[in-house]
Design a protein around this ligand. Structure first.
Ligand code: BGC
Length: 439
């Protein structure tokens, strides 16, 4: 049976997309051999490799097992899925797509546009996803009016972790403005404590940066810059401010130049080597996993200036259709991950919050409850994370992150230079989008 290509013919101008389609059409149908096996199983590619991420993946695997389907784990290390995205591409090019994969945000539409993803409309209708899911989530898992991914949980990226015990000892409150941040940081330093933990891994620097852009401007300008990618937005004074703030925050960091995986950065924060840490709320699950309960040793607040907003990353599982040999098992997985009890268990382990509007806030800790409520305020309060592919595709994300990282590393680069370069990048990306759209 041919590999399904559902949508319009792919234009000759689409580069990688075109090649992928050609290779898939020419390749022997993947998974045909696997279909012959006795116990149904699904190969699942993802990037959940830390202790808490593993625990959350195990929740899904256990539930799938109860339904008689084996979860064959394909974990690719690399925070924010940097490695997993590349492995996925090369596997698909080699005609060896996984059955299910963690792909998120804009990437979902890219794979769906190639006609490679299983449509999950029946599962969504039976599970009444339409009513159950937050509107933003509903939109996120759809492509050309078909549901093509199953949503797992919502992470909040504008999370400021602080060491509650250190703060209490010094009689400090978590900062809600930049003035307060400076005051708190000064007090911590005077007490011999490094104010802020930060790794210089590019995606982690960009995490801080996207927070600063949101704090400086709110979701509307944030979208103009990262979603609509307007070159004019790159010249805006609000971006100058965000870049300057990024540079000035280096002076409060434990070690601004050190590249650490996020898991090691969490450990440093846990060991009280620094009193604050900006990271997606999966770090909370990791702290819990290390034995630190929420609101005991540590607590979470929002980044100064972003309290009203939710900078989000949503985890989703998409299924590669292949020759449809695994469709029944794939549909089981899609169905079960959205059920209320799996949502509750998975998200408690993952540090995320349910994608369902009818979730019970009483089952959540304070960080989760605040996140779920903030997300529930709707699109005007929500900002899609650039780093986690919610705002733009992988190429745009990588190009912007590289530029921001250069600025962060090299103090001699003036903000205006970085803004000019970002403007040029956005102009080029716009050209590409128009070329893709055709004449
Ligand atoms: C994912 C999370 C994951 C984090 C760290 C994010 O892109 O949404 O599930 O825990 O990256 O790797």
């Amino acid at each position: 049976m041919p590999v399904p290509i559902h949508h319009e013919p792919l234009s000759g101008k689409t580069g990688l997309r075109w090649w992928i389609a050609q290779l898939l059409l020419a390749a022997p149908v993947f998974a045909a051999a696997a279909a012959a096996t006795q116990t149904p199983s699904l190969q699942v590619l993802h990037w959940w490799t830390s202790a808490s991420e593993r625990r959350a993946a195990n929740v899904l695997a256990a539930h799938l097992g109860e339904e008689g389907v084996e979860w064959k784990d394909g974990a690719i290390p690399g925070g924010a899925g940097l490695g997993a995205g590349k492995v996925l591409r090369s596997r698909v090019l080699a005609g060896n797509a996984p059955d299910a994969t963690q792909i998120i945000g804009v990437s979902i539409g890219e794979w769906a546009e190639l006609g490679l993803l299983l449509e999950l409309d029946n599962v969504a209708t039976a599970g009444k996803w339409d009513k159950a899911l937050f509107p933003t989530i509903r939109t996120l898992v759809q492509h050309r009016k078909h549901v093509v991914a199953a949503p797992l949980g919502i992470h909040r990226i504008n999370t400021l972790f602080y060491n509650r015990k250190l703060f209490a000892r010094l009689n400090l409150s978590p900062p809600t403005s930049w003035n307060e941040f400076e005051l708190v940081a000064r007090r911590l330093r005077a007490a011999g404590i490094a104010p802020l933990e930060q790794s210089s891994e590019p995606w982690q620097v960009a995490t801080l940066f996207e927070n600063l852009v949101l704090a400086e401007s709110g979701p509307e300008y944030y979208r103009e810059l990262f979603v609509r990618q307007s070159p004019q937005a790159a010249a805006d004074a609000r971006l100058t401010e965000a870049l300057q703030r990024l540079r000035s925050m280096k002076s409060w960091m434990l070690n601004p130049a050190e590249e650490l995986p996020w898991t090691d950065a969490v450990k440093r924060f846990a060991r009280r080597e620094a009193a604050m840490f900006v990271m997606g709320d999966w770090a909370r699950a990791e702290l819990n996993e290390m034995g630190y309960a929420t609101d005991d040793e540590f607590a979470c607040a929002t980044m100064p200036g972003t309290d009203k907003y939710h900078l989000y990353s949503v985890d989703t599982l998409a299924m590669f259709a292949g020759d449809y040999a695994h469709q029944a098992a794939q549909e089981k997985l899609a169905r079960l991950v959205v059920t209320p009890s799996v949502q509750q268990q998975y998200n408690a382990a993952k540090g995320a919050v349910p994608v369902r509007r009818d979730a019970d806030p009483a089952t959540m800790d304070n960080c989760a409850r605040a996140s779920w409520k903030a997300f529930g305020r709707g699109a005007a309060a929500q900002a899609p994370s650039l780093v986690h592919r919610m705002a733009a595709d992988e190429e745009s994300r990588d190009a912007i992150i590289a530029e921001v990282h250069r600025f962060y590393i090299d103090d001699s680069i003036p903000p205006a230079d970085t803004q000019r370069r970002l403007g040029a990048i956005l102009r080029t990306l716009n050209l590409r989008t128009h070329t893709r759209a055709g004449p």
